[in-house]
Design a protein. Sequence first.
Length: 140
Amino acid sequence: MRPLYESSKDLENEQSVAAALSHAWGCSFNKLPMSYHVDWVLESEGKLCAFAELKCRNNPRSKYPTLMLSLNKWVRGCELAKYSGVPFILVVRWSDGLFWIKHTDTPITTGIGGRHDRNDKQDIEPVVYINTEHFKEVKL
């Protein structure tokens, strides 16, 4: 079985971002089972608002020109959006702020990418690259 790399600190960071956004956007963030491949579903008054993937980075947004995300995660998020009629959003907390983008608001490029520091061959996979300049800052 493949190890899970999501630490308790990662989950705490996600929960913190979800709580801040829930307050700012007036909706609830509900953690999804792993089978969905994306982190959260947003709802308000019993209705779906969006599906969301949350990322927390320790560097400023401008450090890299793109954000890399698993192609599988991107496709699953886009499929959920297509079949539910609500957007898939990607939220990233960089060290210089909290930013978000809707799946329909940016072109993507694809490639092969991933991490090499864990000596896990499954960390290298098809990915999407999203230009960081397309992200909108969340005003809290």
